[in-house]
Ligand binder design. Structure first.
Ligand code: SME
Length: 154
């Protein structure tokens, strides 16, 4: 299967799951698992949820447990993405100064803010054990994934 076919298949499986699932955490867990299990360069996949004015709290995830269960806006790649409302693609985390390490095996990371009415309500965070694995196709695919979960946020 080509990567595009894999991405299309995952999108339709997520669409189907979300059409019949009203529980946010079940859906976010489903997405974390399906992404980690089906895309080779996704080694840790998880969601952070915004709490209060400037905290990110770890939600459902697939992969190794992380010590970073609560992150302030501005701190690390996740915090920077939340503060700026921008997608962060870091192809080599050893070159990023404002970075919170979960494990030495992680070499790169992509973080996408989930926006609702212009506000950041959560984030999708993916770590990879490869350097430089993320392409515009990943970004485009993951933007679509993020746009599908909006219904779970107020
Ligand atoms: N590396 C992230 C912290 C979260 S973990 O990747 C799960 C960061 O710098 O914000």
């Amino acid at each position: 299967m080509t990567q595009k076919e894999t991405f299309d298949k995952i999108l339709s499986q997520i669409r189907e799951k979300l059409s019949s699932e009203n529980n946010r955490d079940s859906s976010l867990q489903f997405i974390s698992d399906i992404l980690k299990d089906n895309v080779e360069h996704y080694d840790w996949v998880g969601f952070y949820l915004v709490e209060g004015e400037n905290d990110l709290v770890l939600g459902p995830y697939a992969g190794e447990p992380t010590v970073h269960t609560r992150i302030k806006f501005g701190s690390g790649i996740c915090g920077q993405a939340a503060e700026t409302k921008r997608i962060f693609v870091v192809q080599d985390v050893s070159k990023e100064l404002n970075y919170l390490s979960c494990s030495p095996t992680v070499k790169s990371e992509i973080v996408l803010p989930i926006l609702k009415s212009g506000n950041v309500v959560g984030e999708l965070d993916i770590d990879s054990h490869k350097i430089g694995p993320f392409t515009d196709d990943d970004k485009e695919f993951l933007v679509r994934v993020c746009s599908m979960v909006g219904k779970y946020f107020q």
